[in-house]
Design a protein around this ligand. Sequence first.
Ligand SMILES: [Ca+2]
Ligand SMILES: [Ca+2]
Length: 124
Amino acid sequence: MSGSSVLDYEQQHSYQLTVYAQDSNGKMNSAEVSITVEDVNDEIPRFLPADYEVNMGVDGDKVADAAVVRVLAVDGDASEEFASLRYTLLNKNDSEMPFRIDAFTGQIYQNGSLRGREGLIELK
Ligand SMILES: [Ca+2]
Ligand SMILES: [Ca+2]
């Protein structure tokens, strides 16, 4: 193990070491040491791609709940507890926001009429 090595659960989960003890007469014995690395939440979610751009025509009669776009993020942590993701819209509490996102799938839906909302709506 070099001095620059770092423990990373995503690279290696466990190590097996053999340790020797030797006395002045050369008599020796050994012990096996098993080291298990525990995962930590050191990977952040990454969106694939990093940004999305969707152009949609404004159709006032379009039904609510129409699917708009699905976003995808991945997390490099190996453990489910550190890698399972939930999606939210930063501006979800904006009552004017005509979109909503499925927390589990990342699917964004039109949540209401876009009539009169021509132009850019920024999702964060
Ligand atoms: Ca993580
Ligand atoms: Ca980790």
